[in-house]
Ligand binder design. Structure first.
Ligand SMILES: Nc1ncnc2c1ncn2[C@@H]1O[C@H](COP(=O)(O)OP(=O)(O)OP(=O)(O)O)[C@@H](O)[C@H]1O
Ligand SMILES: Nc1nc2c(ncn2[C@@H]2O[C@H](COP(=O)(O)OP(=O)(O)O)[C@@H](O)[C@H]2O)c(=O)[nH]1
Length: 231
């Protein structure tokens, strides 16, 4: 567990491993893993006003508008001033990044650069448990029972937007809206970019980066050289 408050954001295109890396960071460093997709799903399940509104966009494969996302997320973050966290899936737009900036300060922003072919391949094999947002990959982290969620034993599904045809358009959209966000964090000097095709190879460098930022963390064992670029 970190002795002081530490906050990280993980950015990257669909399939880049934001969820996978954030879960590892959370587990290794005792941080809370916050996922915007999970927040949205929780609100949809609870039929909150914001959740009902968000669902109308998700059903059309659209991003949820900034004002809805910030209303959903920022109050939760404001309640977590005493907790260290890693956030994935937010911010996706400059407006979200600016709103986040007004709410809290970040220690590290990790940006994942993964080749298009790798993204396509990963998403082709991605299966999710819709109710919880748990993510599997039939090669990388398969479920214990084929086609079933490990915890609920409910069936896993593939998402239409993970199909290669839809992915190219999603990626183009991601690049357009992510660029100003990345530029903002670069200008603040907290952006660290990682490139590669395998999460397991990128992970030691991210582990090393965070260990260096919070040396008081217990149990952070990696001592590999820092291989990210502060851009
Ligand atoms: N920061 C955000 N801004 C706008 N919409 C969001 C945001 N985060 C989540 N959403 C909405 O919730 C949905 C589910 O989010 P989630 O992050 O689980 O999946 P995703 O968008 O497919 O991401 P990825 O493919 O990168 O894992 C998104 O498709 C989007 O409609
Ligand atoms: N084959 C392979 N799959 C991976 C790797 N890293 C993550 N995945 C899988 O790729 C998919 C996308 O990862 P995810 O963490 O959901 O990415 P996100 O969309 O950026 O949150 C999931 O099915 C992961 O299990 C990897 O190094 N190799």
């Amino acid at each position: 567990m970190a002795n002081r408050i530490f906050r990280a954001v993980v950015l990257g295109p669909p399939g880049s491993g934001k969820g996978t890396i954030s879960a590892r960071i959370a587990q290794s460093f005792g941080l809370q893993h916050l996922s915007s997709g999970d927040f949205v799903r929780e609100n949809i399940s609870a039929s909150t006003e914001a959740g009902i509104l968000a669902k109308t966009y998700i059903d059309k494969d659209l991003l949820v508008p900034d004002c809805v996302m910030t209303c959903l997320l920022l109050p939760r973050l404001e309640q977590m001033t005493r907790h260290s966290w890693v956030l994935d899936g937010f911010p996706r737009t400059l407006a979200q990044a600016t709103a986040l900036n007004d709410t809290c300060s970040l220690d590290v922003v990790i940006s994942l650069n993964i080749p298009l072919e790798t993204l396509k391949e990963r998403l082709r094999h991605r299966w999710i448990h819709p109710a919880s947002g748990r993510v599997y990959n039939m090669e990388f982290n398969p479920p214990q029972v084929h086609g079933m969620d490990d915890i609920s034993r409910e069936p896993l599904v593939q998402r239409d937007e993970d199909k290669p045809e839809a992915l190219v358009a999603r990626l183009r959209h991601y690049k357009d809206i992510a660029k100003p966000v990345i530029d903002l964090y670069r200008s603040k000097g907290i952006l660290h970019s990682f490139s590669g095709t395998e999460t397991n190879k990128i992970w030691p460098y991210i582990n090393s980066l965070i260990t260096g930022k919070i040396p008081e963390v217990q149990g952070a064992s990696q001592t590999l050289p820092l291989h990210s670029q502060e851009q």
